[in-house]
Design a protein around this ligand. Structure first.
Ligand SMILES: C[S@@+](CC[C@H](N)C(=O)[O-])C[C@H]1O[C@@H](n2cnc3c(N)ncnc32)[C@H](O)[C@@H]1O
Length: 287
């Protein structure tokens, strides 16, 4: 276990009156959390023009800041794109690993990890308060099967995960980007599925949920059309909400607005059956 790092006491400023608290302002270039997640781990080299998230500077509570300082060195991972990660080393065991993209504040992530200690959860988001919150939850619940990744999931998938290294993927309430001109920012698209499919073991489940019905329809369409995935539902439609998925924060907000929630459960197929395949009895491609 890493030692907690004392917060540096701010130097008295000119005109400072004893007994009056002074907010420590960071110097130029001084990191927000010296031992925590890096502000831009992949740097401009990996800059993607179209992103599925919007950078937001939200307030980090004292508890979240403490968790980031104390627990990041132990459970955090910056998505820097610098090489393929050894997941067994990251988790300290070779149990199955499920990736969750966009965990938000991490309440559902922590609940699912607590309910299934035999599965490792690699949870990725760019949202600093959420990273602190999830670290705190994992600490309080005594979880050793959660690791928190900071940065763009696309870079993680593209540069840092080995083929067939994942046993599942969860994408719960991804940003819906409702305006037409923003649809290209939506995560679930054919190109995303092309990127994800080789990282999933055959039989792995891709589980999506959304409260934005037009996006749900788009998800169903692109997943159904993709040759590397098959619907777990015999009728080819949405899945009943599985009991193992807890209510998420964004889902609650959507339900308050009267939105309908749809779950999609698709399986990574064993052997892609492509319509243009010249011979059906060709040997497996190793997918
Ligand atoms: C609408 S929130 C949903 C959060 C949570 N799943 C819930 O249901 O409460 C979507 C989250 O996905 C994150 N996100 C979107 N695209 C991402 C990406 N490419 N990499 C990492 N996180 C991403 C956003 O930062 C945001 O926290």
């Amino acid at each position: 276990m890493s030692e907690s790092i004392p917060t540096p006491t701010p130097a008295p400023t000119p005109g400072h009156q004893p007994g009056v608290s002074v907010r420590h302002t960071r110097g130029k270039g001084e990191p927000r959390f010296p031992d925590g997640p890096k502000p831009d781990p992949a740097g401009s080299h990996f800059e993607r023009r179209i992103r599925s998230f919007q950078p937001r500077r939200s307030r980090v509570t004292a508890g979240q800041a403490d968790a980031l300082q104390r627990l990041w060195p132990k459970w955090g991972l910056d998505i820097d794109g610098h090489g393929v990660i050894d997941l067994a080393e990251l988790f300290g065991n070779d149990r199955p690993v499920v990736l969750e993209i966009g965990f938000g504040m991490g309440e559902a992530t922590a609940q699912m990890a607590a309910a299934d200690p035999g599965t490792n959860v690699l949870a990725v988001d760019v949202h600093t308060p959420g990273q602190g919150n999830l670290l705190n939850l994992a600490d309080h619940l005594g979880l050793d099967n959660v690791r928190v990744a900071n940065g763009d999931a696309i870079i993680l998938l593209r540069e840092m995960l080995a083929p067939a290294s994942l046993d599942g993927l969860r994408v719960y309430f991804p940003d819906p980007w409702p305006k037409k001109r923003h649809h290209k920012r939506r995560l679930i698209q054919p190109e995303f599925l092309d990127l994800v499919a080789p990282k999933l073991r055959p039989g792995a489940i891709l589980h999506c949920a959304t409260d934005w019905e037009p996006y749900a329809e788009q998800m169903l369409e692109v997943l159904t059309a993709h040759p590397d995935f098959e619907n777990t539902q015999a009728d080819g439609g949405f899945a009943p909400r599985p009991e193992f998925r807890p209510l998420t924060r964004f889902e609650g907000q959507g339900l308050d607005k009267g939105h309908v929630v749809n779950d999609l459960l698709f399986r990574r197929v064993q052997q892609p059956v492509r319509q243009d395949a010249p011979h059906r009895d060709e040997p497996p491609t190793g997918a």
